[in-house]
Ligand binder design. Structure first.
Ligand code: AMP
Ligand code: MG
Length: 355
């Protein structure tokens, strides 16, 4: 299949005639059962008609994703929620008021309209109303319900720029909409609204603290930061090895000086063994590392920058053919929890804790 790539300018108030025509074409592709990758404020999504079981099957096939790993249905109007869920709890109305449109996904009991192919066989459906103007327009032109996981091949880091969507999806889908670099760089927060208190299943840009301010008590799935062995996570996707670069990633935690000394020694040994080495560092520590490729993802004072650069750094190590990657650890609270959750998955929970 030939994949058409169209560009849409960022930060413009309105779409040009040409851009609008491309978005209408993209909507038509989705209505006809095809797939289109598109930018959102979190990461790039791989969209199909969420109410068409064939489309959802195609999404799994294009991603190489296990079909018990449910998709998120994206909407572009709050009122459209009612038709795909069987009830909207009061807490969900409040959360929607506070965080939609935006990077929050809520889990509801599904209505009959939503096929089990979209929900990975579950009686619940995950719903998000993104704030990205390209995503909103595409959803509108597609009929209102776009099922979309991240637009990467299963297991790989989620794409934050269209180049990495093309790398994973060229020839597998009808169209890629290139809308430049995404704003957040990590997937949405997922919260289950079918239980009381509501439970966070995947940490993201909307933090536990932000949700608690609106909802009062919120729980967090205990498996979010734990290793893959123990209990099964309640967001099925979280059980899979995820976000992973091709090289072997190890997280090193502890005092900054000790971390740098440890990583430099490891990297030196790796290089002697003929392995290409990489380090994920912060502005504060960048200068201290000796490796083939040292990447600063931002300052510790600004976790939003770190979130935006993390997946890109992992992809760049792949481009460079890095075999061994070491990363500093991050805070386990606030946005740091989302960063650390992705990093732990990408590392397959290989963590070295220095005294
Ligand atoms: P992705 O779009 O790749 O970020 O993945 C979407 C993730 O949302 C899945 O991997 C699941 O972990 C989660 N998810 C989607 N639907 C549900 C649901 N009904 N219940 C629990 N988790 C869900
Ligand atoms: Mg994903």
């Amino acid at each position: 299949m030939d994949t058409e790539i169209v560009r849409i300018r960022q930060d413009e108030e309105s779409f040009s005639g040409e851009e609008d025509a491309a978005l209408r074409r993209a909507g038509e592709i989705i209505r006809q059962g095809g797939l289109v990758a598109f930018p959102t404020e979190t990461v790039y999504g791989l969209g199909g008609d969420g109410l068409n079981r064939e489309s959802s099957r195609k999404i799994y096939a294009a991603k190489g994703r296990p079909s018990d790993n449910p998709l998120i249905v994206h909407i572009c109007r709050s009122e459209d929620l009612e038709s795909i869920v069987s009830e909207v709890p009061e807490a969900a109305r409040k959360a929607a008021q506070a965080f939609w449109p935006g990077p929050l996904t809520m889990i509801f009991r599904k209505s009959d309209k939503v096929p089990y192919e979209t929900t990975g066989g579950l009686d619940t459906v995950a719903v998000r109303f993104p704030s990205h103007r390209v995503a909103q327009k595409l959803i509108e032109y597609s009929g209102g319900f776009v099922a979309a996981p991240s637009a990467n091949r299963s297991g790989r880091p989620s794409p934050t720029v269209a180049k990495y969507v093309t790398e994973d999806m060229d020839g597998r889908i009808e169209m890629i909409i290139d809308g430049g670099e995404v704003g957040i760089g990590l997937e949405s927060t997922i919260i289950d609204m079918t239980v009381m208190p509501p439970q966070i299943l995947r940490p993201g840009y909307v933090t536990r603290q932000m949700l608690a301010e609106v909802l009062g008590e919120v729980d967090t799935d205990v498996t979010i930061m734990s290793s893959d062995s123990g209990q099964a996570p309640r967001a099925p996707g979280m059980k899979y090895r995820h976000y992973a670069p091709k090289g072997e990633l190890v997280i090193v935690e502890g005092d900054a000086k000790a971390v740098a000394a440890y990583i430099n020694a490891q990297a030196q040994a790796d290089r002697r063994a003929g392995r290409k080495t990489g380090v994920i560092a912060t502005d504060e520590t960048l200068e201290q590392y000796r490796a083939d490729s040292v990447k600063g993802v931002g300052t510790r004072a600004d976790e939003e920058t770190i979130a935006r650069h993390l997946f890109t750094a992992l992809r760049e190590f792949d481009d460079e053919g890095v075999d061994s990657i070491y990363s500093e650890g991050f805070e386990s609270d606030g946005l740091g929890q989302a960063i650390m959750n992705r990093l732990l998955k990408a590392a397959g929970h290989r963590v070295v804790r220095l005294q």
